[in-house]
Design a protein. Structure first.
Length: 411
């Protein structure tokens, strides 16, 4: 039986939700941007009115304002965006249990088994489009096709508030003339390589020699060739599927460049709280630690090491990350961003072999101290308790939403 897959994309998601929450923002050029004082002053999302004037996601605020002097800028409200994302998925679950999120504002839905109840894929797409508009107050674009790649392409072809169907019998006519970068998986680097091979459209890619693509782009070149020929066979994950978590991290762009070791230590200390909390929620111990250091010229360096004893205590994660930093990083330039990641995770119930010289009681005390910190912060807020050394300006955003959670898994 031919698969029927939808790809639903919330139109201008962040900006649309902001306009819904504040009707005064409707119908005007609007951009959701990170805070300039936290050095996150880029456009995260824009309204359709701003898009028409040339405002682009990812550009600096000053660049957007050159194109649109009347641009209204609002800060991100991630809690609301996540809430709307969950509400949308509840609507999708009415039609299928195979719902796979792709970011906060996009989902694939396999409705193959639902067409005998709700009608064709296009009928279901139109119904979802209307429900989202009525119940959530925002619009979506929906692609309908026989595989995930083409469904995603369909949702991008007509925006906003639209349904586009790409059937098997005519997909070549509909997509082969599109620029190759429209295909999922073709980024800037891949586009440059493909263009050097005289591949400019999806049709060019479909007709290219797969062996040549493999030699220039590796196995990804063969994947892209299959996608262009409509041969994507990947399935939509079930709603209950959870990819295995391979690492958990926290990263931050500092509000000012870090100039010395003490400033680095303080940032690692704060980030480690978040990593420790996530490890607890997943039920893991860190078997190793990895740090990323980005200097003021945006050059990143990655270092990692194994832990002598797996742990989830924030103080141990901090000390290990800081010691790794001292051994590995040479102060050529000030530091703009830091990331700490717990790697080589293991089930916390599995236990570990301690050395005769290890102080087990001290390890337990450090973990219990974290437990107390988290319980107090959960009840009274992130600023209710901290170490004295973290109470001043440690050059991180005051809004903890700006500290990015970085889980990593495999599919």
């Amino acid at each position: 039986m031919e698969k029927v897959i939808l790809h639903v994309d919330m139109n201008n998601c962040y900006a649309s939700i902001e306009a819904k929450l504040n009707p005064k923002l409707r119908g005007i050029p609007l951009a959701v941007c990170g805070r300039r004082e936290d050095r996150h002053g880029i456009v995260l999302a824009k309204s359709q009115e701003a898009k028409v004037l040339g405002v682009r996601t990812g550009e600096a605020i000053w660049q957007a304002q050159l194109k649109c002097p009347d641009l209204v800028i609002v800060p991100p409200n991630y809690d609301e965006y996540l809430k709307h994302s969950r509400w949308a998925r509840e609507i999708y679950y009415n039609y299928s249990n195979q719902v796979e999120p792709y970011g906060i504002d996009e989902c694939w839905i396999d409705v193959t088994g639902s067409t005998h109840i709700f009608g064709s894929g296009k009928d279901i797409a139109e119904e979802i489009r209307e429900k989202i508009k009525k119940e959530l107050g925002i619009t979506v674009s929906v692609g309908v096709s026989f595989n995930k790649i083409l469904a995603k392409l369909g949702s991008d072809m007509k925006k906003p508030d639209a349904v586009t169907e790409i059937p098997r019998e005519s997909f070549e006519d509909l997509v082969w003339n599109l620029p190759v970068e429209e295909l999922l998986g073709v980024g800037r680097a891949s586009k440059k390589k493909l263009n050097r091979l005289m591949v400019f459209t999806i049709g060019d890619l479909a007709k290219a020699d797969p062996d040549l693509l493999r030699s220039k782009l590796g196995v990804n070149g063969v994947y892209l060739w299959n996608y262009a020929n409509g041969r994507d066979i990947s399935s939509v994950s079930d709603r209950d599927y959870r990819p295995p978590v391979k690492s958990v991290g926290r990263g931050i762009t500092t509000t000012e460049d870090l100039e010395n070791n003490l400033e680095v230590y303080r940032v690692f200390k704060e980030l480690s709280f978040g990593v420790s909390k996530s490890l607890r929620s997943y039920g893991f111990l860190a078997g190793g630690i990895q740090i990323s250091v980005k200097d003021k010229d945006l050059i990143s360096r990655l270092y990692q090491r194994q832990l002598t004893n797996p742990s989830l205590a924030s103080s141990i994660l901090t000390e290990e990350a800081y010691d790794l930093f001292l051994q590995s990083y040479f102060w050529e330039k000030p530091i703009r961003a830091l990331t700490i990641r717990a790697i080589n995770l293991r089930d916390e119930r599995s236990g570990s072999q301690l050395s005769f010289y290890d102080d087990y009681d001290q390890l337990v005390k450090k973990e219990k101290l974290d437990d107390t910190f988290f319980k107090i912060r959960e009840k009274f807020g992130d600023y209710s308790i901290s170490y004295a050394g973290l109470m001043g300006d440690i050059k991180i955003p005051k809004d903890r939403n700006e500290i990015v959670t970085l889980p990593s898994g495999t599919r």
